[in-house]
Design a protein around this ligand. Structure first.
Ligand code: PMP
Length: 369
């Protein structure tokens, strides 16, 4: 018998994209343009550095607050939810994992999106669940019938990202309502809003908390400080749950000090600077529109994005395109899922970096047309 559990041995493993040091060595570029992880090129609020410095002045020999009280209270107060219904994670990824540990039994059905976020499949599979991925409709739209059919089979847990990664597309208010109505009340509905801040200006985008808060059924909305707030390096995410019993279950499986002290301080400071967030979101939307126009102008298909990244059909092997971009010092993520092998996902950087990316990509994609 093998030492490693079958569920684990069969997992594909997370693909973080190419290593910037490798790409620097390969390309000889002094400045690698990293567009592979949906990071924020504008940086965190200056208040974050100040808060973390002040915290570190007190030394690092004590454990952090195990429940992150101050951060949970700040989040709760900003959303009108008691802190007892807030869970903090080492990134929102950590909460995806805790939810599966607390809720998913071997053989349970988990429903999520295709194409989708890999960890929405990985963590359920670790628990021995069956994962059904509902494909997008034509033009990356929402397939109401496919969702209704999948949800009718009786999932234990539903992972729904809005907006979606990797497509960048969003569900509208009406589409989310249909998913919610079709999700059995015995299932936990997990709404992953990692990119929600970027979509919120669109009147068609449903605020998940507003959509779910009055419902008498289990749900949790997940958000993160990694994207619009620019704190990916600190790893902080949070969830707002329908009830305290769910939070208590997550607390039983959570490592007690899962969010470190500088990260807690950083997140409190980041939440306090909403002007910085608004400016990040404004600049990101302008760049998304500009780069989308330029790529489409060059004849490439680009999915309309409500996020800080673009899903681009290069019309040729995405692996080959990614390798050519690496040689130019640019890192994107090549999609390998069946049906999407010609797609790359690229988050945006500064306008200067984005222009270099657009120039290289259009050259690669036009030279062998
Ligand atoms: N959900 C989605 C849909 C994501 O794309 C990501 C980041 N790649 C996460 C969750 C996790 O982000 P983090 O752990 O940094 O909060």
């Amino acid at each position: 018998a093998s030492l490693i559990r079958g569920e684990v041995a069969g997992l594909p493993g997370y693909d973080p994209g190419a290593d910037p040091d490798d790409v620097a060595a390969l390309s000889g570029a002094a400045h690698v343009i990293k567009l592979s992880n949906n990071e924020n090129p504008y940086g965190a609020s200056p208040a974050v550095t100040e808060a973390v410095r002040a915290g570190l002045a007190g030394g690092v020999s004590r454990y952090p607050d195990p429940t992150g009280k101050r951060l949970a209270e700040t989040i709760g107060a900003s959303l009108g939810v008691p802190a007892e219904r807030v869970v903090l994670g080492n990134g929102s990824e950590n909460i995806l994992e805790l939810l599966c540990q607390a809720v998913v039994d071997p053989g349970d059905l988990v429903v999520t999106q295709a194409p989708g976020f890999s960890l929405h499949e990985t963590f359920p599979r670790v628990m021995g669940a069956r994962v059904h991925k509902v494909p997008v409709a034509a033009e990356f739209g929402f397939d109401a019938d496919a969702w209704r059919d999948a949800l009718a089979v009786g999932p234990k847990l539903v992972f729904l990202a809005n907006p979606c990664n990797p497509t960048g597309a969003m569900l509208t208010v009406g589409e989310l309502e249909r998913v919610v109505a079709a999700t059995p009340e015995s299932a936990l509905l997990v709404l992953d809003e990692a990119y929600g801040e970027f979509a919120r200006a669109d009147p068609e985008y449903p605020d998940g908390l507003e959509a779910l808060r009055a419902l008498d059924r289990p749900w949790i909305v997940l958000r993160t400080f990694s994207k619009a707030y620019g704190l990916a390096g600190f790893r902080v995410g949070y969830g707002i749950a329908s009830d305290t019993a769910l939070i208590q279950a997550l607390d039983r499986v959570r490592t007690p000090y899962n969010v470190n002290r500088p990260a807690q301080d950083a997140a409190v400071a980041a939440l306090g600077d909403q002007a910085h967030l608004a400016e990040t979101v404004r600049r990101t939307a302008l760049e998304i529109a500009r780069v989308t126009d330029r790529l489409r102008g060059a004849g490439l298909r680009v999915v309309p994005s409500s996020t800080n990244f673009l899903f681009i059909d290069t019309g040729r092997s995405s692996d080959r395109v990614a390798r050519e971009l690496h040689r130019a010092g640019i890192i994107v993520k090549a999609w390998r899922e069946p049906g999407y092998e010609t797609y790359i996902r690229a988050s945006l950087s500064t306008p200067e970096d984005n222009d270099v990316f657009v120039g290289c990509l259009t050259e690669i994609c036009t030279k062998d047309m």
